[in-house]
Design a protein around this ligand. Structure first.
Ligand SMILES: Nc1ncnc2c1ncn2[C@@H]1O[C@H](COP(=O)(O)OP(=O)(O)OP(=O)(O)O)[C@@H](O)[C@H]1O
Ligand SMILES: N[C@@H](CCO)C(=O)O
Length: 321
């Protein structure tokens, strides 16, 4: 996360006092991340995370996100749990923004995942899909195919300042998916942003998942595609087949893929690369003045997209069949 909204000390202390989590000792803005404003709170009872929800989060979606974290935690998945205030509410308001306090998770995210991390991640992703199966709420994926053209339009001709020809290429890529996106794949709750920075490990063991603010109801295999993109490429943009194999094997050790999902995987990888290329591009072109945030490189996902455009079938990601 980042810090877009500064909170005056007295407002922060008064807000925290409503939660029965002890006296506030310190509140430190967290520079990592790009979406919401986050503070690490230390109180006389321990550590917590305070999140102020920013532009890309629709406040109407917050009951889904907070309810989902509660649901998954109740089924044994290690994820942040929303803390209720003295009125029993999970969602509050601070410095003019919707805000919530969640529990702090131990563990560290890994900058350069190994194949062992990828295997654990695959297993954890399938466990998340299973734990979400009986979650009653639904949320449309606002950043699936119908959400992409508006992002292309928002970037407009400025896309070419980031890379010559990019505006035309992304418009053409969106058109491909609008015409042929797979519609009937097994679906349920997906995380939709399970990048390495959102997964904690203690040693080689997965110890927790965070950042459920893109979670939605969509194809399970699309979540897998997002993970193949964010876990299995090297810094030079080459795909690491060993990591792909490990991730897919970890996933299938809990939930084997159906034939239609295997067939769709190259297109899902291509579409998810495009999704992150587009949101990164729009963010890159619109950094709010004074915000404590470092935008992500959109062209990393352009290079991944080019790789997927050449993939003929899922064996190229390490699937054994
Ligand atoms: N529940 C938690 N327990 C421990 N640390 C946390 C927790 N939630 C967030 N953090 C810390 O805050 C950082 C930013 O959080 P998060 O990834 O949710 O932000 P974001 O803006 O949504 O980021 P992203 O760019 O991934 O969307 C994390 O990298 C982690 O260090
Ligand atoms: N994980 C995203 C940021 C949150 O949408 C990215 O790396 O582009």
């Amino acid at each position: 996360m980042a810090v877009y909204t500064e909170v005056p000390d007295d407002e922060m202390a008064a807000f925290v006092a409503r939660y029965g989590i002890g006296d506030l000792l310190s509140a430190k803005g967290i520079a990592e991340g790009v979406e919401n404003s986050n503070y690490l709170l230390r109180t006389t009872r321990g550590a917590y995370i305070l999140t102020l929800y920013e532009k890309r989060v629709n406040p109407d979606d917050l009951p889904f996100f907070l309810g989902l974290m509660q649901h998954l935690a109740a089924r044994g998945l290690i994820c942040p749990q929303p803390v209720k205030d003295s009125r029993g509410e999970m969602l509050g308001r601070l410095a003019g923004r919707p805000a919530a306090i969640v529990t702090f998770l131990d563990g560290l995210s890994v900058r350069r995942p190994t194949a062992a991390h990828c295997q654990e991640l695959g297993k954890g992703l399938a466990q998340l899909h299973a734990a979400g199966a009986d979650f009653a709420m639904e949320r449309v994926n606002a950043l699936s195919v119908p959400g992409w053209r508006p992002l292309v339009e928002q970037a407009g001709a400025d896309a070419d300042k980031v890379s010559p020809g990019l505006a035309r290429r992304i418009a053409a890529e969106v058109a491909v998916h609008e015409a042929s996106w797979p519609q009937a794949l097994p679906r349920g709750v997906i995380h939709a942003d399970l990048f390495p920075n959102n997964v904690f490990f203690i040693g080689d063991r997965l110890s927790g998942l965070i950042d459920f603010y893109f979670a939605c109801t969509d194809a399970f295999a699309y979540d897998l595609a997002i993970c193949l993109n964010s876990w299995c490429f090297e810094a030079d943009s080459s795909f690491n087949l060993t990591k792909g194999q490990a991730l897919l094997a970890g996933y299938e050790s809990v939930r084997p893929l159906e034939a239609a999902e295997v067939e769709a995987l190259p297109q899902l990888c291509r579409g998810s690369a495009l999704r992150f290329l587009l949101t990164r591009l729009v963010d890159w072109l619109n950094v709010p003045p004074g915000a404590l945030v470092k935008p992500h490189d959109p062209l990393e996902y352009d290079r991944k997209l080019v790789f997927h455009q050449r993939v003929a079938d899922a064996r190229e990601y390490g699937l054994k069949r």
